[in-house]
Structures are given as structure tokens and as C-alpha cells.
Design a protein around this ligand. Sequence first.
Ligand code: IPD
Length: 291
Amino acid sequence: AAVDLQGVHDFLVHIAHKAGAMILTAKPVAAGSGTKKNSADLVSETDQAVERMVSASLKEKYPGFDFMGEETYQPTDTLTDTPTFIVDPIDGTTNFFHAHPYLCVSLGLAVNQKPVVGVIYNPFTRTLYTGIKGQGAYLTDPWHERVRLPLREPEAMRDLSTCVVAVEWGAEREGNDYEVKVNTFRQLCLKKEHGGAMVHGIRSLGSAELNLCSVAAGTMDVYWESGCYAWDVCAGWVILEEAGGRMVGCHPGDWEPRVEQRRYMAVRAGEGQKGIIEEVWGCVQGRIEVG
Ligand code: IPD
């Protein structure tokens, strides 16, 4: 039977607010050793507690659906065609530890391995982004009561030099992918006379999903990233596309990334999308290999 996407959306909004209340009252306490693959890959007890609450609520309400969450994921897990909730309990865990108020609860649903519902909530700024496939994307915050995204009529993108580009360092701090990132960031910023794109600016919100939502809203133009997992992009992907944005792979010619591919470029709505994608590809210095 067809999935009631509106019903899923409404339940995810309810869960997102519940998770937000948990995050607002929590003190960041490291879980176990406090880190995962290295000292820059943090995990807190709140990440784990929120995921437990979210997964228990979703399993009770939707017993036939699968669940994939950052804190319980095993490398052997694969996404199937079964409706699957894809969840990051705190996207922006580093910010959480540093009390920097940019993080979100990220709740997505994929059906046939395609993102179809996305709910992203930052409890500190009380910003809620939502999207349902085919039904648009919306922002609700203290200043807007459910406004459709993008926030304003998008201006044409003529040239990457007029863009604000989001990038993230991620937790990888050595090796090929690190070097490709560093050199690509340099190329994006470098003066045109020296062969660079000379973008207006580079931003790193510290949360993949909030970067995607900013591109969806049109407050940033591009987000280029590698190393993301499905829970870092699933919800934001729906919101981005429903706002007229486009997600492609971060390598030239790669127009159809899968939700689990781990290499992404998001570009906002507006005339000139294709040209901007090609220009960003032109700045990529090498090949990201992340598996
Ligand atoms: C991380 C953030 C970060 C991105 C990393 C993610 P987490 O998620 O989204 O911005 O660069 O790739 O892993 O660990 O805070 O949930």
C-alpha cells in the first residue's frame, strides 16, 4: 500500500520537537570514550538517548518500516526498498559539545531508496525545515509561520564568483580525501587572476543538514561535501529538491548520486544551476575516494 507521507511528516514533526526538548535540557557528556574513528569524531550520551527515543517511537507507530540511525548503524547494514526511517539524532555533535547553537535533529524517510519525507529541527533557533516529495518544502521559525522555500524568488546564478559556498572539513584529517578537500577549498577562494573561482565566501555550519537547508532556503548557493552518511543528507535532500534545488555527485559527470554514495553537491534553485555545478567541478582538485 502507498505510504501516507503526510501522516509520516506530521509524526516526524512531533518527534522532532520531543527530541529538541531533550537536547535543550541536556549537558553534553561524552559517551564511552567520547569519540569514534578519531579525536575529532565526537559522540555524546544525548546522541544515543535521542536515537533510542526516536527509534522506539517510530518502531511502535510504524512496525513494518525499517530504521537506520547514526548511533546504531553497522557497516553491513544496507538500504533496501522497504520504507526506511533514516535518522541523525544530533547532526552537529561538535557544535553540541561546544554549545554552538547550530545543530539539528534530522528525520528522513526513504521509500525505494529515495528520500521522500524530511524533517529537520534546530531547537536552539527554533527552526523547522520540512519537505514532502511532490508537495513542497517549508520553513517555520520565530519569524516565519510556515513559509514556502526558497525564501524569495531566486536570482539567476551567473558565475560562481558571486556565490557563498558551504564546505565541511568532516572528521577525516589525513590522506587523499583530506588533501582533495583542502586544495578544492583553496581553489574556490583563490583570486581569479591566479586561476581560482574567488567565491564571495565559504561557510561551514557544522551540520550537513543545516548546510543543505540553507541552500534550499537560498541563503547559501552551493554545498560541496564528501564523507556524509545517509542520515546526514536524507531529510535535507527532500527539502532541497522540493525548494527547486539540485543534488548531484561531487565529481564531474556524476548527476545521480544515491542516498548512500557519500559524495554530494547541492545547488540552490535559480537559473544557471548547471553552469554553477560545472564551475564547482572545475575547482575540484583530485578525486575523492571515500567508500
Ligand atoms: C557531521 C556533520 C558535519 C559533516 C560530517 C557529519 P554529526 O555529522 O554533519 O557537518 O561534515 O560529515 O558526520 O557527526 O555531527 O552527526
